[in-house]
Write a protein that binds this ligand. Structure first.
Ligand code: PLP
Length: 397
């Protein structure tokens, strides 16, 4: 018999994955071109050309033993050094190779950081709506995730005073996901400054370090000049979890890093413990070829303009149909208010072969998430279907 905890997991499932499976089922029935699958944040833009050429060059020119062998659990020193130097030159700071651990994506990074920090019963705060896997990651280490609403009235920007009020003596960390999945909101510099000040006060009040875990796989995906404030510049006790899943369209390759601010309390100890966590959680080290690849491609960028074109077309089409949407400044998600209960709305959308993820799957009912990392053509083709859906609710003017 499997564990009680995993029984619960198998019963719970993932609404996002379920929608993705539903998309495949509908595509088999109606043809792929007639199904508008907006469920998964799987980037549709191909990785930059340099990714392919570097893979070939690395595979052709590196000694096979060195290419495929074990390495330090933190990752290749030359790769960690390159990442640290890149961070220092972009954001200032004094990151060194012993502040960087190469990880199996942001998910791997979050798990090793949580394993490093949490004692059973410790609390981790985050802002709702949020990526629901956080609950699983925190409970992996017997921690307790608590969500503080980032309310619609504030444009889904977190409220520092609400954060302060939620901190208890058990609070060990706060996960801040910027740009946010699912809203596409970029938390502004004012927001970040206020959050950092509130946590500073909370640390003084309780006399313990409270770490910010900055989950930033969407950092490079910003529009209209928006930029993600660099949290280590605002708050010393910061640990950044980054990945190239979205920024270079490499989600299946599982490559990212954890950057521990050199100014964080116990930075050295956190590094040593997180390296062990990387090993004993079974990651051992991030994939070797991918580490070499990203080190050679630190300056590469994805085609943000293509996501931007999708963002504009979808926003215009949906608002003209009568839907209320958040105009996103980052990531590749549109957050749309639902005219009825969100799960009922996603069921109704399926009638038009539109697949969406209900806001309940992000701890924020009353909305749906549309992942617009799809072909522009699909967005344009889907708009008449969205219009028909809006008409059912009498939204169309
Ligand atoms: N954090 C957020 C907010 C995400 O949306 C995702 C993936 O969708 C992850 C973490 C995990 O990213 P990775 O593929 O790098 O593990």
């Amino acid at each position: 018999m499997i564990s009680h905890r995993m029984i619960k997991m198998t019963e719970g499932g993932s609404a996002i994955r379920a929608m993705f499976e539903e998309g495949n089922r509908l595509a088999a029935l109606y043809g792929r071109e007639n199904v508008y699958d907006f469920s998964l944040g799987n980037p549709n833009i191909p990785a930059p050309e340099k990714i392919r050429s570097e893979i070939l060059s690395i595979a052709g020119n590196t000694d096979p033993m060195a290419l495929h062998g074990y390495m330090p659990n933190a990752g290749y020193p030359f790769v960690r050094k390159a990442v640290a130097e890149s961070l220092n030159s972009r954001f200032g700071g004094a990151f060194g190779e012993d502040n960087i651990i190469m990880t199996v994506g942001a998910a791997g990074g979050l798990n090793i950081v949580l394993k490093t920090l949490l004692n059973p019963g410790d609390e981790v705060l985050t802002f709702a709506p949020y990526f629901l896997e956080y609950g699983n990651y925190v409970s992996n280490f017997d921690g307790v995730l608590k969500a503080v609403p980032a309310p619609a009235e504030r444009g889904f920007q977190p409220d520092a005073e609400a954060l302060f009020a939620a901190v208890t003596e058990k609070t060990k960390a706060v996960i801040i996901n910027n740009p946010n999945n699912p809203t596409g909101v970029v938390y502004s510099e004012d927001t970040v400054r206020a959050l950092a000040a509130a946590l500073g006060r909370a640390q003084e009040k309780f006399g313990n370090p409270i770490y910010i875990i900055a989950d930033e796989p969407y950092r490079e995906l910003c529009y209209d000049g928006a930029a993600v404030p660099w949290l280590p510049g605002f708050y010393d006790n910061t640990i950044v979890c980054y990945s190239w899943s979205k920024s270079l369209s490499l989600p299946g390759e599982r490559i990212g890093y954890v950057a521990i601010s050199p100014k964080a309390e116990d930075a050295g100890l956190i590094f040593s413990a997180a390296v062990i966590a990387n090993r004993i959680l079974g990651f051992v080290n991030a994939p070797a070829l991918q580490q070499r690849l990203v080190a050679a491609c630190l300056e590469e960028k994805t085609d943000v303009a293509a996501y931007d074109a999708n963002r504009r077309a979808l926003y215009n089409g949906l608002t003209q149909a009568g839907f209320q949407c958040v105009y996103p400044s980052g990531a590749f998600y549109m957050w749309v208010k639902t005219p009825e209960e969100d799960r009922a709305f996603t069921q109704r959308a399926k009638k038009y072969n539109i697949l969406l993820v209900p806001g309940s799957s992000f701890a924020c009912p009353g909305y749906v998430r549309i992942a617009y990392c799809v072909s522009h053509d699909m967005i344009i083709r889907s708009l008449p279907a969205f219009r028909k859906l809006a008409e059912e609710y009498g939204l169309t003017k």
